[in-house]
Design a protein around this ligand. Structure first.
Ligand SMILES: Nc1nc2c(ncn2[C@@H]2O[C@H](COP(=O)(O)OP(=O)(O)OP(=O)(O)O)[C@@H](O)[C@H]2O)c(=O)[nH]1
Ligand SMILES: [Mg+2]
Length: 448
């Protein structure tokens, strides 16, 4: 290609990619990396796999790298995406063997690229920046120490690296952490406030593409409760959601319609297997709404094979295991895509990792009513209380407060008295009792 190709053509070439993967043994599976590449907006023009032990210099064997170069030439790809943890020197070396200007991207930079494109809130942007810096840090360290020891004079061709680069990265990391901490504190305060108002907090969790956002639309009211909602095209019921990984990056909260309980439902970022710790940690607070929920709905795509479902369930449980405090209900989604009998077989095969799952189709709405019942059944128990109050303005305001924060079974008026029979969270019941006591025997001037 000539150097002065028109920019849009150059752009198309850059988005055309070859995907490659090396495994130590067995056959390399490119399904996921292809999906990730598509999610980042690449067009996959070729693929290459190799089964062998890792080559220190090139990741692949040298012959394979030559094959890769030919494939890149043939397809006119501008990017090579490698589904391995490629070291900084390996990236540099592979790049040196490829036609001029071809970029080498590894699995993690690809995921970061997707996150970067989807980050539409301050928090998500900070998290992406943090992950990028944490990816960069060990590379800057390696470059700095190499430059210092002057072992590889030619290495400076990569750019001038010294310790100030490293120091700068560390300073930026600590600034971003501080800002993320203060965002997390505000979110925690908001969660507590919502709990105090009688809401139960339910979080949707699960592997990316399981159908969490689609299920959210089935369960939620029209009313949005988060200020950044309008930026989530996810929630737009008219938008046809795509079969894509990581469509949701931030979290969104909406009220869900339940029989008795007032539920706030939060949609979250999807899990994915094999993420390096620095990436998981950068997005940790995204999962706070899962860890701190009253109930977690763990959504899995039941149209996948039993093996895939098991692997994803295990990944999800691993992610939840350490920090999660809430009970978990497993939801088998996409049952509209199952053959007769398939659901029963899968239930049986997965009973060890998913005891008693609820089966739904977020698309058709099948099973969603059962899911609502199950959510109400699994939420922490409410307390029952009966209050008898003299009819007054204060009593009426308490009655409407109880309606807002709990479920009133009976409200009867007899003479000058109102009897209120209701259920609510224990904390709500005790506040109602205290207010009722004040109404029955108003505090005197001195004690007020
Ligand atoms: N056939 C069928 N497709 C579904 C169902 N639920 C979701 N989908 C499709 O599955 C794809 C992913 O759905 P999403 O709701 O975006 O998945 P998600 O879990 O929010 O994904 P991330 O936001 O990437 O974590 C979309 O193409 C949906 O239309 C279902 O019950 N049946
Ligand atoms: Mg989603």
């Amino acid at each position: 290609m000539s150097g002065d190709a028109d920019p849009s053509e150059a752009d198309t070439a850059a988005r055309r990619a070859v995907v490659a993967k090396r495994v130590d043994s067995g056959a390399a599976d490119l399904t996921e990396i292809r999906q990730l590449a598509a999610a980042a907006g690449y067009e996959v023009a070729g693929e290459l796999t190799q089964t062998r032990t890792e080559d220190a210099a090139f990741m692949f064997g040298e012959g394979k790298v030559a094959e890769l170069r030919d494939l890149v030439r043939r397809t006119g790809a501008g990017t090579v995406i490698i589904d391995n943890d490629v070291g900084p020197y390996q990236t540099f070396n592979i790049g040196g063997e490829l036609p001029e200007g071809v970029e080498v991207v590894d699995r993690f930079t690809l995921i970061l690229e997707i996150f970067g494109q989807r980050a539409n809130t301050r928090k998500a942007q900070l998290q992406v920046e943090l992950a990028e810096l944490r990816y960069e840090l060990p590379r800057a360290e390696a470059k700095a120490s190499l430059a210092k020891r002057d072992e590889r004079p030619g290495f400076m061709g990569l750019g001038e690296y010294d310790e100030s680069v490293e120091r700068d990265i560390k300073r930026q990391i600590s600034e971003i952490r501080d800002e993320l901490d203060s965002i997390a504190e505000k979110e925690e305060a908001r969660r507590e406030q919502r709990r105090d108002s009688g809401f139960d907090l339910v979080a949707l969790a699960g592997y990316t593409n399981a159908g969490k956002s689609t299920l959210m639309r089935q369960l939620a009211d029209e009313l949005a409760v988060d200020e950044n909602d309008e930026r989530h095209r996810d929630l737009d019921t008219t938008a046809e959601s795509q079969d894509m990984l990581f469509t949701t990056l931030g979290t969104t909260t909406r009220r869900a319609e339940m029989e008795k309980r007032d539920v706030l439902l939060t949609d979250t970022v999807g899990f994915i297997a094999d993420l390096p710790h620095w990436l998981v940690e950068s997005f940790e607070s995204t999962l706070d709404s899962v860890y701190r929920a009253d109930l977690v709905l763990l959504v899995v795509d039941a149209s996948e094979s039993v093996e895939e479902m098991r692997e994803k369930l295990v990944t999800s449980h691993d992610t939840l295991y350490e920090r999660n405090e809430a009970p978990i209900v497993t939801v088998f989604n996409k049952i509209d895509r199952l053959a007769p009998g398939e659901l029963a077989d899968k239930r049986a095969a997965l009973s060890g990792v998913a005891p008693d799952p609820v089966a739904v189709s977020a698309k058709t709405g099948a099973g969603v009513a059962e899911l609502r019942d199950r959510v109400e059944g699994e939420l922490p128990e409410w307390e029952r209380e009966r209050l008898v109050l003299p009819v007054s303005d204060d009593a009426m305001s308490l009655v409407s407060w109880v309606h807002d924060h709990g479920h009133v079974a009976e409200e009867t008026y007899a003479g000058e008295q109102v009897t209120l029979d209701f259920e609510a969270k224990p904390s709500i019941v005790s506040r109602a009792r205290a207010r009722a006591a004040d109404i029955a025997a108003p505090p005197t001037e001195e004690s007020a």
